[in-house]
Write a protein that binds this ligand. Sequence first.
Ligand SMILES: Cc1cn([C@H]2C[C@H](O)[C@@H](COP(=O)(O)OP(=O)(O)OP(=O)(O)O)O2)c(=O)[nH]c1=O
Length: 662
Amino acid sequence: MVLNPVISKLAGKLVVLASASPRRLEILRSAGLRFEVVPSWFKETLDKGLFKAPYEYAVETAKQKALEVARRMPFKHLKTPDIVIGADTIVTVDGMILEKPVDKHDAYRMLSSLSGKEHSVFTGVAIVLCHEKENEEVDYQLIDFYEETKVKFADLSEDMLWEYINSGEPMDKAGGYGIQALGGMLVEYVHGDFLNVVGFPLNHFCKQLDLIYNFCTSSLKSTSSRSDSLATSVPTQPPSSSQALLSHNSSSIPRPSSPCDSQRLHTQITPTASPAHKVKREDSESESSQTLVNSTSKHTDNRKVKLHDNATLPLVTRRGQVVEPTRGDLERISELMDGFKASKALFTASKLCLFDLLHSRPGLDAAQVAQEIKASAKGTECLLEACVSLGLLKSTEKACQKPVYENADLATDFLRSDASFSLHGYLQHCNETMWPLFSHLESAVQEGTSQREKAFSKHMLQAASTSSREGKLRFMKAMHNIAKITGKTIATAFDLSTYKSACDLGGCTGALAYEFTEAHPGLSVTVFDLPAVVELNEFFRPQHPDNRVSFVAGDFLKDELPKADLYILARILHDLPDEKVHILLSKIADACTAGCGLLLSEIFLDEDRRGPSRGLLQALSMSEGKQRSATEYSLLLKSHGFITAHIRHTDNLLDAMLCIKA
Ligand SMILES: Cc1cn([C@H]2C[C@H](O)[C@@H](COP(=O)(O)OP(=O)(O)OP(=O)(O)O)O2)c(=O)[nH]c1=O
């Protein structure tokens, strides 16, 4: 078909890309499209066995991704997009569908199955057109399609496979490779659209837009005199299997200006005279969908409807409309309901040193693990299986033998007590201190105060509080873990070459200070913390400590601060009540001359305070402090004479801000 200009047709529309894929973002941005990114929460867990062909699975997943965002935005973002674009890329070989590998072994399995063979890459794309009506209800119109590209891999040696896997590139890519980067080395030929392999078939997408905005508009214009009847009549043609209209509204009659000619695009526009929300997929389903539409006005909310994957789910009401809960919604709500069970399973496995055991002795079965951790056989088996389901462990079953267990990459990297980025200490802090506190959340919310007294008996309070040696060490381990994970990101967030001396206030074990000296050869760092903390530091000394890091004992609220031309405050302010924040900032301001720096590291809340959840959930622990946005921190520091020079929102657990004393 002849392609006409299309991207400009979307100017002025709120276009949303329902994808977290950086590749899709890049492809569409390079094409000149202006859009917002709202990653979909839809979990890619559709039962592949239910689809006749692999591309149907990709198309259905793309649809569910796009629809989840289209439905969420009016509620969560308080705006209705005009167009939502969803996509899903899969690789198929020998009848198998390969998605993103879960770990290195999975990547190996995928890549070795592709070695020396031709395979297909399918990207399913869904375009959801949202029509907001005067009564704020929304009609959704869905167009979907897929593109196939054939790719042939060279024969790959074991060394080649592992070198590529160890580059880290395979992990977030379907089939475990990225053709656009190192993975290009593996490819002998490509037949078809290259960008389709990278995650988005741009050309096919533009052709669809052309159909929607050029072909249909002119067709609509030419049929404008009959547009009403077009909109309200049930089409004479059945919908194609890959294109359907979704309607959310009982009296939903699509506006005459609906961008698509139903006849030409085979998109069904149905005057739904019932509150049912319906999804039409297959021609064979037309009848049952129609029956549903015609009959639901007689039925109440608990009626069951047929979903895309043959599951049956009850109807629910939303803003007075009856809609079907999506699988994504149900998964999300179950995740929230069961989140505490997952956390406690993780804490328990960590406390029982399960991940250390399986690191040193991979391949144990449940009975052997139970014996080693001195736990019941039944309980251990349940815990092991739960950890497998959470992606923390892997199990393998050999014929007629019991399953054996080993750590998944996540456990190897973060849950072993001796991993470089271990969270073992932080998990113990969560288990021993945060868990009891959060079990009193209801009272904390009602009273607006910390529930320490209620959460811990006198004896436990001693152990949990940082006043006991045990409590202090546990707290220090937790802080050490977080500093090790976030340290490099914070230390390298800004150019600090003008500073020669820094003071990390409340710097605990010095883990952050060592990251600063490593990143900045000309910098010395003094760690300033309470005497009892400094005393326990020997437990955390690195093997080869950098002598540019020194420790000074003192109380930053009372004692004179060590002289420095850069002060570091990491995870301090959010925990202090306002009066202590002002005392501390005044003391820093007094110690600083003009040009001195103050580097602040905290979770920065979004300016509208709608996220990130990590920060808002942390606030629920009802410490004396509060969580702030970057602007709130800037204003706070400005009131003490510090001007914000740079703000860095990182992908790590903490963000950072560099301020200069005026
Ligand atoms: C085969 C191949 C895939 N990929 C990528 C494209 C997709 O991002 C990813 C396939 O995973 P998808 O599940 O399609 O997408 P995603 O998880 O990255 O993002 P979202 O679900 O939020 O839309 O693999 C490449 O980058 N290069 C390749 O050569």
